[in-house]
Design a protein around this ligand. Structure first.
Ligand code: TXA
Ligand code: MG
Length: 348
């Protein structure tokens, strides 16, 4: 299939999003920018569109999709109830990078929710995303627009690399502002529970709700037989072909340990380090990829997936990443990095 790729700017945003909406109405798939990562959208009330999404991504069909809306009035028909905790989160953080899990109504197909009785809803802030969803006039089911297992796309070129020829259209809206997938909070149970950390941090959520539960899968690798509450959290993720190793601790210790591990690696292996602006000149690797300043975790978050993709681009076989403290945005960054590393971590 031929994939139409169109840049959306202020002049043509209306024409581009209307063309995309036409494709959605005919049952097709359109990748679109959001403030977190690019999404791969289809009609959220159509089982066939959901099947196409799973197939294009190579994604297991028990992994549910998020429904995206562009107005608050679209929420009610999709969910059985809006608990108080959800109301509070909505008034603080929507539109924005926060997904909420509700009990679903019958109009939401089980194909979209991977067989679950709950549904994930997100109201993105990004202007192109909103105009596209509005033009479609249905909720848009959209996972991240990568092939399953690869780092999420934060540029249209990433989507093109993974999915060109497999989907109908890509709307190029430039780079995604936050660069990590949305925070997910389950509000369908008795107590709100964080299922996936993101740019709306635990600290920000707790300012609104008080102490919240955190699903075990957010913090550590699950034991055999344990199930995360967000089915997607069980899959290996974000992996470049390279083996990824995290080293965390004091700055000098981390630099020394990474250099030691580079020296003792097989000479035939191309090595890399994902380093900060402050430490980039200290490494003896074949390739040093600069992710941003240690003082600016938002910059690090927005560049993480691009760096993981760069590892493949440079044919790196073994890449080391500096660990970060796991509070505020660091929790979400380390959650993605640990999965990319298959939890291979040195503490020094
Ligand atoms: O920022 C984002 O959330 C992006 C953009 C495109 O909106 N989307 C995204 O979708 O990251 P995806 O499919 O890559 O990740 C969705 C996650 C998966 O881990 C999935 O298992 C979980 O949300 N999820 C979806 N519906 C759920 C439900 N009903 N209960 C629990 N987890 C759910
Ligand atoms: Mg994803």
């Amino acid at each position: 299939m031929e994939t139409i790729i169109l840049k959306a700017d202020n002049e043509n945003i209306k024409a581009v999003t209307e063309k995309a909406a036409e494709i959605i109405k005919q049952g097709g798939l359109v990748a679109f920018p959001t403030e977190t990562v690019y999404g791969l959208g289809g009609n959220g009330l159509d089982s066939k569109a959901a099947e196409k999404i799973y197939e294009a991504k190579g994604r297991p069909s028990d992994n549910p999709l998020i429904l995206h809306i562009s107005e608050l009035s679209q929420l009610r028909p999709l969910v059985r109830e809006v608990p108080k905790s959800a109301e509070m989160l909505i008034s603080h953080f929507w539109p924005g990078p926060l997904t909420l899990i509700f009990k679903k109504t019958d109009i939401v197909p089980y194909k979209t929710t991977g067989g679950l009785d709950t549904v994930a809803i997100r109201f993105p802030e990004n202007k192109v995303a909103r105009q596209f969803i509005s033009a479609c006039n249905v909720p848009i089911a959209a996972p991240s627009a990568n092939s399953s297992g690869r780092p999420s796309p934060t540029r249209a070129s990433h989507v093109e690399f993974d999915l060109k020829g497999r989907i109908d259209m890509i709307i190029d809206g430039g780079r995604c502002e936050f660069g990590l997938e949305s925070t997910i909070v389950d509000v369908s149970g008795d107590r709100p529970c964080l299922l996936r950390p993101g740019s709306i941090t635990v600290e920000m959520l707790e300012e609104v709700l008080g102490k919240i539960d955190i699903d075990k899968a957010v913090l550590s690798r699950l034991e055999k037989g344990e199930r995360p509450k967000a089915p997607g959290m069980k899959y290996t993720h974000y992996s470049p072909s390279a083996r990824v190793v995290i080293v965390r601790g004091g700055e000098e210790q981390v630099i020394a340990k990474i250099n030691e591990l580079i020296s003792s690696a097989d000479k035939g292996l191309k090595t890399g380090v994902i380093a900060s602006e402050e430490t980039k000149d200290r490494y003896k690797a074949d390739e040093v990829l600069v992710i941003g300043s240690r003082k600016d975790s938002a910059e690090i978050a927005s560049n993480l997936f691009k760096m993981l993709r760069k590892c493949d681009y440079h044919n790196i076989a073994l890449v080391f990443a500096e660990g970060l403290p796991e509070n505020e945005l660091g929790l979400a960054i380390m959650n993605r990095l640990k999965k990319a590393a298959g939890y291979e971590i040195y503490d020094v």
